[in-house]
Every structure is written in structure tokens, then in C-alpha cells.
Design a protein around this ligand. Structure first.
Ligand SMILES: Nc1ncnc2c1ncn2[C@@H]1O[C@H](COP(=O)(O)OP(=O)(O)OP(=O)(O)O)[C@@H](O)[C@H]1O
Length: 966
């Protein structure tokens, strides 16, 4: 059973009182609930322990400090927190008090939820009481006498319970509130009931102060799609949603010019990956346009196929951590993205539990490959491969692997992985599967083995492009350097199987890394990084199984780091800021996990350092490692040595027992140099790339006796060290962003819709500190802004003009007065103003309305000015055009005039020539006529009558007529 660890003492430096509606609510201890007994005639009695710790949770005096000692070797070491560690008290109680629900001690619950139940009893309010199975039930108090009350649950029974074990319930009007902060009584049953009330109505999202709680519906809920996106974008819908959180992230990125992060956490199967996809969908819709968003969305099916698998807890469990950083241009459009992955669970490739599956892509390939591809990569059905056969599970209900394969290949096309590369990828997958079928036979008396040259071995050699003999040698021998000589050692069966499996795991993990690299290249092509980004972190949740191995060790360590990030942002940094700015505040206690982190990270005696040290010793074994831990860490309150090779760690989410079997081997993750050389000698390009990547990694410093002994192995950083480095980098990246937290909750373990298991939900709420966040948000001042920024942002709203010489503080105070913000709702610090939840919203709304008004006026004025200018311009253009046209016409007119004159001259000449000719003819004719007439006259009057009679006159008369006509 998991139990809570140390708690920082609640301490108060309260100058102001808590908000009027703030009450601590107490839960009864486990013993109380166990003692609920039905008595005859429908009456029950309930006994409670004598000790009442309720008061412990109420106001106490406190020191200024809020934090804990900070590990030098910490991602935050630059911003070391100079506060004292307050010793935890009550740890003894933690270990001794039995609990009906996992992961909790009554001590903690009492401290956290110390509501005064006597008030509820006196007023005969509805109250919660706990049933023997740990569930809470609502009942009406019928009567109270002394320390006992009679209560009636809805089923009509009558129960007698200890008055102090009752927990006040909220009035009906508060059923299903959007934000847990609105609850009058903030106690566990009320929170559980509120979440369940909403969950039953498909309202799976609820705010818990600044954190979004998402309960997995395990069914389609009508909350997504373009209409919803549009509604959240336009702010016409405000109920809690992933869209709303993502929208806030976008707005804050643009407004504050600060990168944002959306940190999604929760147990396996709680819905982290789905939530990340929903957030990405919103970002893609709002920031889309360039087409890159489509590529980003298409990375999901690829990563899921290669990095997700069916586990007992989740049919689509991510077996790696993922940070996707989406870059934005200045205009708020997506300009590119980068994916970083963490710690892929390699062991799943060669081994998985009954009922689980290996990575989806293997089954998808076997089910969906075309006959041509099958032939090319010698593919058979899934059940033919030992690696897939061992868990006896090939299909997932409701999932069509062949169809998924089609979707994956389509997505690979979209992210620009060429068809040839895709074929190489599939060949590598087939090679991994065939490697599992390679079997060995004993070849000598010393039980040395050699692989059988059967279909498996030959196909692997063909697929990776190497010689069968070389492959055989790499799987059955190991070269050792002794001084300057190299000796060849033959392998036993178990060594050979380990070598074969190590090769398969390495090929798969290199393939995964290579694919992520290709995807990143595609998402970054030609995209200028502007420096603004929103990162979405979807990382494996806290895991605690019956048998926990190295993978759980790393996963839980990562969660411990993330929890600290959560604590830092929602508790520590917040409270430190109050102290630094000298404001009145009410300190709220929270679970600090620094001790546990120290247990992991301290040098030289932390879990990771000791693991690395032992991994470098040639004679180190899992047992020597476990003994070393017990020897050095037994005094650590977060550590407990267990029998055999096991040890337990008290994580923030509870105690987990780890079995060290396989720790050293998994941490070393050695691939023999022979195998790397084999890959580099292959004719196919992918194995060559893998080998060169592995050799590059090996060049990183890793010193230790094992490596110095000439083991001829790849000398690389241990898995734990590499993972720690990745985590530190991640924390530093996240530290430079404004975080938005989404806590996913799994309502049941059977992945069934509509089933809400109170105990399971409560355990998760406690693990992730959601309820403390609500408390701190209610009692604290979550919104803050420097005086300078506040004055600059809202100063223009002041009705009276404030002289520019006035300092930002005076301007800020004037604004607060003008808007009549109640003094309880804010605090003025040395450098900043602190506001209670929702207060800044009023100012922000007024600012937005005013800005919209100003913009409207400005746009009207600008429109008016532009129109006037246009009119002026038009007039000018007309004048100019008339000048130009006039000039042009004048020029044309001059040409025409010249032509006209010329025509007149020509006409005159022609006409005069014609007339002259006519005149000349007439003149000649008239002379002839005259001469004829004159001749006739002369002849008539001179008496030549005879000539006249004989008709001699005919000729001259005719001539005369001809001349006349011409
Ligand atoms: N919002 C949702 N709407 C509908 N179904 C959901 C939703 N969130 C989760 N689910 C269902 O729950 C299943 C598990 O969710 P998911 O894979 O996101 O869990 P996880 O927290 O990422 O788990 P792991 O840590 O194992 O990867 C999904 O396959 C889906 O069926």
C-alpha cells in the first residue's frame, strides 16, 4: 500500500484573515469509517478514535520560509531558493495509521481538511459520512446529542455516527461547479462528489484553481470539433476545457512575449496523450494556415505506432515521454515544431507480459503490408514471430491494425519520409522480428552455442544487408582486447540470447530515434524559429506495479522532478514571492518532495550515483547494488531496504518497492562492439546510420573499471545518467516558460465509460496535490503584475489625467481606486500588485472594451481621413489628366491643322490646273468660233454667196461646236 511521505508543516504568518468563505475541512480517520455498523431497527452507531487532530489543520504560527534545501546538482541551481527546510513532523503517524483508501494517512487528511463538523451538526446541514468501503455518502443530520449524531442517507436508513466524523456538505446550489474554488466547503468528499456530478453529465473538465482536472470518459464525448474551437476562440464558451487552457497559453504567449508550456500528467491510461492531441488540434486550428500544422498533427499516428503499445492498463499506452515544441511567427501562426522524446521502453521489443503487446507497428505491419512488400521483406503473420508470440495477444478490441498501417504510411508520406526510406524502415522492423526467431544450438562440451543457419538467421542477414557468416559470428562470439592482442570468446546460450536481444533492442530504438529525427527535419524545413513557442509535455505517469523494475525507477524519478516543477510554480515560488514583496498572506502547507529528489540525485551517495558506480564495476551485480544501497541509504527517511534484492522509495505519490533484477544491465545498456561493427559493415544504409550514431554516443566520456578492463564494449553514458541529463535540460526549458497544468484522472481501472471509483480518483487527486492547489489559490493571490507593467497596461483607463511624472505605484493605486476594487481582493507589494482570482479579469475586460472602442474611433477617424484624402487625390488627378489631355489634343490639333492646310494647297493647285486647262480649251474654242464667225461674216459681207450655197460652211460650224463642247 502506498503511503504519503513528509509534509512541510503548515505555518502561518497571517496578518490578514482568510477569505470569509474559506474553511478547512476535516475527514475522519480510517478507523472511523471502518467502525460504521448498521444496528437493528435501521440504526447504526459509529465510533471514532479518541484523538482529534482537527485543530492541527487550522491556523498556526509560521516562519517565513516555505521551501526546502536545494540540491546543488539541480536543474534550478541557478535560481537556488534560499529558504530553510522545516523539519517534517508526524512522519511516525504516517507509517502507523491504517487507511481504508490507498496512499493516504489520516493524519494528512485531518490536517488538510479540518472542517469544523460541529457547525454542520448544529445547523443540521447535509453532511458526508464514510462507509466501511471507504466511499463517502451524503446524509441529513436528524439529531445530535453529545458526541453522536443520527444521520439519514438517501436510502431511508438511519445511522448513528460520531459527530466529529461528519464532514459538511455544500448546498445543492453548488452542485457541479466549474471550479473547485467555488465550493464553500472544500473537503475531499465534496470535491469527489463535484467531479462525479460533472463526470456523469459528460462534463469531464473541471478547474481546480489554475489547474485543469480532466477525467477520462473512456468514450466519445461531444465536446470537441470546429464549433467548440470557434466558441472558445471567441470566448463565447467559458466552461473548463483543454481548449480554454490552450487558448490562454496562446494569448499569454502573444501578450507577455513569454514561451508557454502545457504540462500534462497523470497515471497510465488517464488520458494524457489524448489531451495532448486535443491541445494540438486547437493550436493547429488557431495557428494554422501554412500547412505545417497538418504535418504536426500527422506526427501523432507515427509516434503512436512506433512508441505506443497495449498494456494491461491502457490499450494505447505511450512507452516514451514526449515534448513537442510548437513554434509561432510574430503573427501568431505556426512556423514549425520540434519533438523531443525521452526514454523509450526498449525491453518491450524483446519481452512483454501476458496480455500485453509489443509496439503497435509490428502488428500493423504484419496485418497491413501489401503482398509486394511482404515478399520483399520476407514478412509473415504476427503469430510466426517469437517476440510477438510470447505475450499471447495479437489484437486490440475495436482496432483495425491493417487500417492503422495505412494511416501510418500516409502520415510518413506527409512528413516527407520517402518511399525507399519507408521500405528500409519496414525492413528493419522485419529484421527485428526475425532476430527473435534466431535460435542456437550447442556446439561443444563447454556449452558454447552457435546460431542455427535457418530461415530466421538468413532473413535477418538479407534484411540488414550483411553476410550470414558475419552475423553468425557476431551472435555467438565476443572479441576481447587483452593488451595489444584481441582474443575471441565463445558465448554460452544465455549470453548469445542476450546479445541477440540487445541487437534487436538497439536496432528498434535507433530506428525510433532516426524516425523522430526525420520528422523533426520535416517540421523544421525552411521554418524560421521566432523564439516564441508553446511546448506540450506528455510524459509517462507515476507507475507502481507488483513488480517494479528499472523502467519504473526512471519513470517515477521523472515524475518526482515534474512534481517538483508543479510544486515550485504553484506553491514555493508563489509563497516566496509573497515574502519577497512583503505582503500580508496566509501560508499554506504542501507536500515537498525535495527529500526524495535528493535521494535520487545526491552525489556521491544518491540512488543514481550508486547505480552508475556499480554499473561500472566488472563484478557488480544487482545484488551487490542492492546491498550497497542498503549500506549507504538506510538512514534516509525516503529509503527502505527490503528483503533480497529489493528496496523501497517513498515517492510523493506513495511508496514503491523496486526489484533490482536487471538494473545494472539495463543501466549499462551495452551493445557489444562486435554488433556495432556488424551494423556498420551492412550494405543497407539504415544499419550504417545506427552504427555511426551508436559510435558517436560511445565517444562521450564514461570511465570506470568495466570500460578500462578492455571489455571491447561500447563505452557510453549510462541510461540513468543520460536520462537525468535529459530531465535537467527539460526542467530548464520548462522553467523558462509559463506553465499550464493539466492533471488527467483515470476514473476506473477497467477502461469502462461511466464508472467512477471514488477511491481511485481520490488517490490520484491526492497524489498530484490538486486539492492543495485549490486551497492555495483560494487563500492566495494568484495574479500578480509589477507596478510598472500595471501602470503601463491600465494607466490609460484613468479618467483624470495623471501627470507623467507620477510614479507607477501612484498610477496603479489610482487605477485600483477608480475601479473600486475591494482592498481584500488585492495586496500592494514592494514591486508588484497581487490579486485574488478573477480580479484582474474585470480590469482586463474594461481594458479590452476600451481598446476596442479606441480602435473603433481610430478606425472611423482614419477611414474619414483616408476618404477625404482620396477625394483630394481624385480631384488632383482629374486636373492633371485634363492638363495632359489638353496638351495632347493641342498637339494633335496642330498636326491636323498643318495637314488641312497642306490639303487646301494641294486642292488649290489641282483645281487651278483643271480650271486652267478648261479655260485654255474654251479659250481656243472661242478663238476658233470667233474666227469661223468672223470668217463667215467676212465672207457673207464680201459676197461669196456661191461658197455658202454649196455648203462650204458645214465644216467650220461643226468645228466650232466641238470646240464649244470641250
Ligand atoms: N478526452 C477523451 N475522450 C475520449 N476518450 C478518451 C479521452 N481521453 C482518453 N480517452 C481514452 O482513454 C484511453 C487512454 O488514454 P491515453 O492513451 O491518452 O492515456 P495516457 O495517460 O496517455 O496513458 P499512458 O501514460 O499509458 O500513455 C484512450 O485510448 C482513449 O480511449
Amino acid at each position: 500500500m502506498l503511503q504519503k511521505k513528509s509534509q512541510v508543516l503548515p505555518s502561518f504568518q497571517s496578518i490578514k484573515s482568510m477569505p470569509v468563505d474559506f474553511r478547512f475541512a476535516g475527514s475522519p480517520t480510517s478507523e472511523q469509517s471502518e467502525n460504521v455498523n448498521l444496528v437493528n431497527s435501521n440504526t447504526a452507531c459509529m465510533s471514532v478514535p479518541e484523538k482529534n487532530d482537527l485543530e492541527n489543520g487550522l491556523v498556526e504560527g509560521a516562519e517565513d520560509s516555505v521551501g526546502s534545501d536545494v540540491n546543488e546538482d539541480s536543474p534550478y541551481s541557478r535560481a537556488a531558493i534560499l529558504v530553510e527546510q522545516i523539519p517534517s513532523v508526524g512522519d511516525e503517524d504516517l507509517d502507523t495509521v491504517p487507511t481504508p483508501l490507498p496512499l493516504v494517512s489520516s493524519f494528512h487528511r485531518e490536517r488538510r481538511w479540518a472542517d469544523t463538523s460541529s457547525y454542520a451538526a448544529k445547523k443540521k446541514l447535509q453532511s458526508w459520512f464514510q462507509l466501511p468501503n471507504g466511499n463517502w455518502e451524503l446524509g441529513k443530520i436528524l439529531s445530535t446529542s453529545g458526541t453522536e449524531s443520527v444521520i439519514s442517507p438517501p436510502d431511508g436508513k438511519v445511522l448513528k455516527v460520531k459527530t466529529e466524523s461528519l464532514v459538511p456538505a455544500n448546498p445543492d446550489i453548488l452542485d457541479g461547479v466549474d471550479d473547485l474554488m467555488q465550493l464553500s466547503y472544500l473537503n475531499e468528499p465534496s470535491v469527489l462528489y463535484n467531479l462525479q456530478y460533472r463526470y456523469n453529465r459528460d462534463m469531464i473538465y473541471t478547474k481546480a484553481g489554475p489547474v485543469l482536472v480532466a477525467i477520462n470518459p473512456f468514450k466519445e464525448v461531444p465536446l470537441y470539433g470546429n464549433n467548440y474551437i470557434e466558441a472558445y476562440k471567441n470566448k463565447s464558451m467559458e466552461s473548463p476545457h483543454v481548449y480554454a487552457i490552450t487558448d490562454t497559453a496562446i494569448r499569454e504567449m502573444i501578450r507577455d512575449e513569454v514561451n508557454q508550456s502545457i504540462i500534462i500528467s497523470g497515471e497510465s491510461g488517464a488520458g494524457k496523450t489524448e489531451t495532448a492531441k486535443i491541445a494540438m488540434q486547437y493550436l493547429a486550428t488557431l495557428g494554422g494556415g501554412s500547412g505545417i500544422e497538418y504535418e504536426i498533427l500527422k506526427t501523432n499516428p507515427i509516434l503512436e505506432a512506433f512508441g505506443n503499445a497495449k498494456t494491461l492498463r491502457n490499450d494505447n499506452s505511450s512507452r516514451f515521454g514526449k515534448l513537442i515544441e510548437i513554434h509561432f511567427s510574430e503573427t501568431g501562426k505556426i512556423s514549425g515544431a520540434k519533438i523531443q522524446t525521452f526514454l523509450l521502453e526498449k525491453s518491450r521489443v524483446v519481452q512483454c507480459m501476458e496480455g500485453e503487446r509489443s509496439y503497435h507497428i509490428f502488428y500493423q505491419l504484419c496485418a497491413g503490408a501489401s503482398p509486394k512488400l511482404r515478399e520483399k521483406i520476407s514478412l509473415k503473420i504476427a503469430s510466426e514471430y517469437k517476440y510477438l508470440r510470447q505475450s499471447n495477444c495479437y489484437t486490440i478490441t475495436g482496432v483495425d491494425d491493417a487500417e492503422r498501417f495505412r494511416v501510418v504510411t500516409e502520415a510518413l508520406d506527409i512528413v516527407h519520409v520517402s518511399k525507399e526510406d519507408q521500405e528500409s524502415v519496414f525492413a528493419m522492423l522485419a529484421a527485428v522480428l526475425w532476430l527473435g526467431n534466431v535460435s542456437f544450438s550447442i556446439v561443444d562440451n563447454e556449452n558454447h552455442v552457435e546460431p542455427l543457419a535457418d530461415e530466421g538467421l538468413i532473413t535477418v542477414a538479407k534484411l540488414i544487408g550483411c553476410n550470414v557468416g558475419e552475423l553468425k559470428l557476431a551472435l555467438s562470439t565476443r572479441k576481447m582486447r587483452v593488451g595489444n592482442d584481441t582474443i575471441v570468446q565463445k558465448l554460452s546460450l544465455s549470453q548469445a540470447i542476450d546479445t541477440r536481444d540487445a541487437l534487436a533492442k538497439s536496432i528498434y530504438s535507433c530506428l525510433f530515434d532516426w524516425l523522430v529525427e526525420q520528422v523533426n527535419k520535416s517540421l523544421a524545413v525552411g521554418k524560421r524559429i521566432t523564439g516564441r513557442s508553446i511546448s506540450i509535455l506528455d510524459i509517462y505517469g507515476f507507475e507502481s506495479f507488483e513488480r517494479n523494475s528499472f523502467e519504473q525507477f526512471c519513470i517515477n524519478y521523472a515524475n518526482e522532478r515534474l512534481q517538483q516543477h508543479f510544486n515550485r510554480h504553484l506553491f514555493k515560488l508563489e509563497q516566496e514571492e509573497y515574502i519577497q514583496d512583503g505582503i500580508d498572506w496566509t501560508k499554506v502547507d504542501f507536500e515537498d518532495n525535495q527529500d526524495c529528489l535528493n535521494l535520487f540525485e545526491k552525489k556521491p551517495l544518491g540512488l543514481l550515483s550508486l547505480l552508475d558506480e556499480e554499473s561500472t564495476f566488472p563484478n557488480g551485480t544487482d545484488l551487490t547494488f542492492a546491498n550497497k544501497l542498503k549500506q549507504h541509504l538506510n538512514s534516509n527517511s525516503c529509503f527502505r531496504g527490503e528483503r533480497d534484492k529489493a528496496f523501497s522509495v517513498s515517492h510523493y505519490a506513495g511508496e514503491v518497492t523496486y526489484d533490482t533484477t536487471g538494473f545494472l544491465e539495463k543501466n549499462r545498456d551495452l551493445l557489444h562492439l562486435d554488433s556495432i561493427q556488424l551494423l556498420s559493415s551492412c550494405s543497407c544504409h539504415l544499419p550504417q546510420i545506427f552504427a555511426s550514431n551508436m559510435l558517436t554516443q560511445s565517444e562521450k566520456p564514461a570511465v570506470g573499471p568495466l570500460y578500462k578492463a578492455g571489455g571491447a564494449d561500447s563505452q557510453k553514458l549510462s541510461v540513468a545518467t543520460k536520462f537525468k541529463g535529459q530531465l535537467f535540460q527539460l526542467m530548464q526549458r520548462l522553467e523558462n516558460t509559463t506553465p499550464h497544468f493539466i492533471r488527467c484522472i483515470k476514473p476506473n481501472n477497467s477502461q469502462s465509460p461511466g464508472l467512477y471509483e471514488q477511491g481511485l480518483v481520490l488517490q490520484q487527486l491526492r497524489c498530484c496535490g490538486v486539492l492543495e492547489v485549490v486551497r492555495i489559490s483560494r487563500s492566495g493571490f494568484p495574479t500578480r503584475m509589477s507596478h510598472h507593467k500595471f501602470a503601463r497596461r491600465y494607466g490609460f483607463l484613468l479618467l483624470e489625467s495623471v501627470s507623467s511624472s507620477q510614479d507607477p505605484l501612484s498610477v496603479s493605486v489610482a487605477i485600483l481606486h477608480q475601479f473600486d476594487i475591494s482592498p481584500e481582493m488585492y495586496q500592494v507589494g514592494y514591486t508588484k500588485l497581487f490579486f485574488r482570482t478573477g480580479q484582474i479579469g474585470v480590469l482586463e475586460d474594461t481594458r479590452n472594451h476600451t481598446l476596442h472602442g479606441i480602435l473603433r474611433v481610430q478606425s472611423c477617424f482614419r477611414g474619414h481621413r483616408a476618404r477625404a484624402y482620396l477625394r483630394e487625390l481624385k480631384r488632383g488627378i482629374c486636373v492633371l489628366q485634363s492638363f495632359v489631355r489638353g496638351e495632347k489634343i493641342r498637339k494633335e490639333y496642330a498636326v491636323l491643322q498643318q495637314r488641312y492646310r497642306a490639303a487646301v494647297v494641294i486642292q488649290r493647285h489641282i483645281k487651278s490646273t483643271i480650271c486652267g486647262k478648261k479655260y485654255k480649251n474654251m479659250h481656243q474654242a472661242s478663238i476658233i468660233l470667233q474666227s469661223v464667225i468672223r470668217g463667215w461674216l467676212v465672207r457673207r459681207f464680201s459676197g461669196d454667196v456661191g461658197l455658202l450655197k454649196s455648203g462650204a460652211t458645214k465644216v467650220p460650224i461643226q468645228t466650232f461646236l466641238v470646240l464649244l463642247c470641250n
